[in-house]
Design a protein around this ligand. Structure first.
Ligand SMILES: C=C(O[C@@H]1C=C(C(=O)O)C=C[C@H]1O)C(=O)O
Length: 363
């Protein structure tokens, strides 16, 4: 069955005829490697390269596949879409203060979603070099970034309701600030909070002039496709709004894992009106990225995560600074739940895949 036709039929915003049809099922690719390169179209697909490893590690490539896609560039935005899903990557050019350019680039991204007809923003990743350092005004770069992003949500929200998606906001080892995101056209989208954590968008003023704009997770349900996905935001050792176990790596790991368990647990899903055929646990999480502030802590965090997650889960460990300087570890992941008893699915759906270079494969 032609997935693009199956789900895009009848949408009022037909795509312009003159865009090249790349016939690719690759919606976007992100390299987690040693070199930053702003997003470009490579072999017809959006490609962003983040500096997330040291020079002697090659890292991995995250590839998102969907139905046959069309790709294009608009200003700083590089994107592809298949009739149901939009993938878009952008660089925020370097500046002494990132607030204004963050706001403008985010607003351009929101416009693009609207223009192309993919208004349901469900997952964003933001990679921020020097995240805990100060900008030219002595404001932490992460807080400066959060201010611009929050203004973009506020400004755009005056025109059209745009709930905050699941997100990651994490350090990078170099290059410029960059983000990529996924939005969809018809999926049923629910935004989740964690009963033990204050919603990030209500964090008090002590964490910066404007709160971070994200939900703890997004559930995207496609009944026609027979699949539900849960996108878990970057999660850390925060209870309420406070960092707990400031200098205790293993306890931070445990609180982070507990936070994820509570977030995806039955009670919390029911609270958000989500039903799954079976209860979800850490064993169901896949495509797990574990960000570790100090490289020397990676072996211990790896051991703990290998115990907690399923043996077959894809996990990558990245050495990165985290949005608060007292956080030592952060974890994100994705759960895919087949909704039919026989596990079948119609259409291509949206799938991540990791192409892992041998040198850093997690053995
Ligand atoms: C760890 C936290 O926030 C981090 C920052 C985010 C952002 O700013 O987009 C999203 C999730 C995490 O990567 C937290 O506040 O709990």
């Amino acid at each position: 069955m032609d997935y693009a036709n199956l789900i895009s039929g009848g949408h009022p915003q037909a795509l312009p005829e003159d865009r090249p049809l790349m016939n690719s099922r690759v919606l976007g690719m992100v390299n987690f490697g040693p070199v930053f390169q702003k997003p470009v179209l490579e072999e017809g697909s959006p490609f962003l390269s983040l500096r997330m490893t040291s020079a002697d590690e090659k890292g991995f490539v995250e590839q998102w596949t969907a139905g046959p896609a069309q790709a294009s560039v608009s200003g700083d935005l590089v994107y592809a879409h298949d009739g149901e899903y939009l993938f878009c990557a952008a660089e925020i050019p370097a500046s002494e203060r990132c607030r204004n350019l963050t706001r403008e680039t985010y607003l351009a991204a929101f416009e693009l979603m609207d223009e192309l007809g993919y208004p349901r923003l469900f997952r964003m990743w933001n990679y921020i070099p020097r995240i805990n350092e100060d900008n030219a005004d002595g404001l932490e770069i992460y807080r400066d970034f959060c201010a611009g992003r929050s203004e973009a949500f506020e400004l755009y929200g005056r025109r059209r309701h745009l709930p905050m998606p699941a997100a990651t906001g994490i350090g990078a080892q170099g290059g410029n600030i960059a983000f990529f995101f996924l939005s969809c056209r018809s999926g049923r989208v629910t935004f989740l909070e964690n009963p033990r954590q204050m919603p990030a968008y209500t964090y008090p003023r002590q964490y910066g002039p404007r709160s971070p704009s994200f939900a703890r997770a997004t559930c995207v349900q496609h009944d026609a496709l027979g699949v539900l996905n849960l996108y878990i935001s970057g999660t850390a050792s925060i209870i309420g709004h406070e960092t707990v176990h400031r200098s205790d790596l293993m306890r931070q790991c445990d609180v982070t894992l507990e936070n994820i368990s509570l977030l995806i647990g039955r009670d919390n899903l029911i609270r958000h009106g989500i039903e799954t055929p079976a209860d979800l646990t850490l064993r169901d999480v896949d495509f797990i990225k574990v960000y570790v502030r100090h490289a020397e802590d990676i072996p211990a965090v790896r051991r703990r995560c290998r115990e907690a997650f399923a043996p077959h889960a894809n996990i990558q460990f990245l050495n990165a600074d985290i949005c608060r300087s007292d956080l030592l570890v952060e974890i994100e992941g994705i759960i895919t739940v087949p909704l039919r008893a026989d596990g079948t699915q119609d259409g291509a759906g949206l799938k991540p895949r990791w192409l892992v270079h041998e040198e850093t494969s997690d053995q």
